[in-house]
Design a protein around this ligand. Structure first.
Ligand SMILES: [Zn+2]
Length: 301
């Protein structure tokens, strides 16, 4: 064999070896996708988040997993992925967690929340100006905490703190532009959260309520009236089944049901002068999401 051919063969073998982590990564994403995972958690073993539960993922050798982890560290934050059967995904990479974003969801800056564009825009504006309390409401299992966290992650990924009641007592000392207050349920917490908002922080708080006006009434019942202008927006949500977007009549991914995961229907109140105005009703939001094929009439009934 001529030295030249040997050298080029050597190069081919080397580039194959380099590509193995990429191939293993692709196998992992495909496997996770077909098992209906929303996230892949890397580690010694891959785990998938399927309908909120962490389950064991594809078994790869320790060495192969290390290769995948290395490959992932070199990826940009958002990656387009095309599977061997032609499906397309966006992958959102956050350290060792990869989120699988199915392409047929509504794509916006605040995309994982399925927000109506006008709401997303207003939230972005509110976040820029800070000085506002955003109240995220829902009944049990409505995804309100996840929504609140996602909002903060998108609006203010840097200096955000989760503040318990005790932290709120000294919010001025917290090195934070944005605060997450989970479960606003007593007068003192309500006052402190609104005070922090009026003094220039972005505060996102969650509360238990079935709709936006219920959430507003709850806050009004708790807080000092003089502080209420700090409330800029109320977002209430409830979850309904999401249509599977890889099939029309059932596939392996949705186990033949035609439904996979859930989508949030939202109701929004926004500040207008001294009061709040209904900017989006549950019914309007449902109609819009049905039209876009995210869910259907029966699921929203
Ligand atoms: Zn399907």
């Amino acid at each position: 064999m001529s030295p030249l051919i040997a050298a080029s063969l050597g190069a081919a073998v080397l580039s194959l070896a380099r590509k193995r982590p990429e191939a293993n990564f692709a196998r992992l994403v495909e496997d996770a996708y077909f098992r209906g995972a929303s996230h892949i958690h890397l580690g010694e073993r891959a785990r998938y988040r399927v309908d909120g539960e962490l389950v064991a993922g594809l078994r790869l050798s320790r060495r192969a997993m290390a290769g995948v982890a290395r490959h992932v560290r070199g990826l940009p934050r958002l990656v387009a992925f095309r599977g061997s059967t032609g499906f397309e995904l966006d992958l959102r990479v956050r350290e060792d967690v990869i989120e699988l974003l199915v392409r047929c969801t509504i794509t916006l800056g605040l995309d994982t929340l399925d927000l109506w564009p006008e709401t997303a825009e207003r939230l972005t504006r509110i976040a820029r100006e800070r000085r506002a309390l955003v109240l995220v409401a829902g009944a049990g299992q409505s995804g309100r905490t996840i929504a609140a966290r996602a909002l903060l992650a998108e609006l203010n990924p840097e200096r955000t703190r989760t503040a318990e009641r005790e932290d709120l007592e000294r919010w001025e000392e917290l090195d934070a532009d944005a605060l997450l207050v989970e479960r606003l349920r007593d007068a003192r917490t309500a006052d402190l959260a609104l005070e922090a908002a009026l003094e220039g922080r972005l505060v996102v708080a969650t509360t238990v309520a079935c709709d936006a006006s219920g959430a507003e009434a709850r806050l009004r019942g708790l807080a000092a009236p003089a502080l209420l202008p700090g409330l800029a927006l109320v977002l209430a949500q409830r979850l309904v089944p999401r249509r599977c977007c890889t099939c029309t009549a059932g596939c392996a991914r949705c186990k033949g049901t035609g439904k996979k995961g859930r989508v949030a229907l939202q109701e929004v109140l926004v500040r207008e002068g001294s009061g709040l105005r209904l900017a989006r009703s549950f019914a309007e939001d449902a109609r819009w999401k049905i039209e876009r094929g995210l869910t259907d009439e029966r699921a929203c009934a």
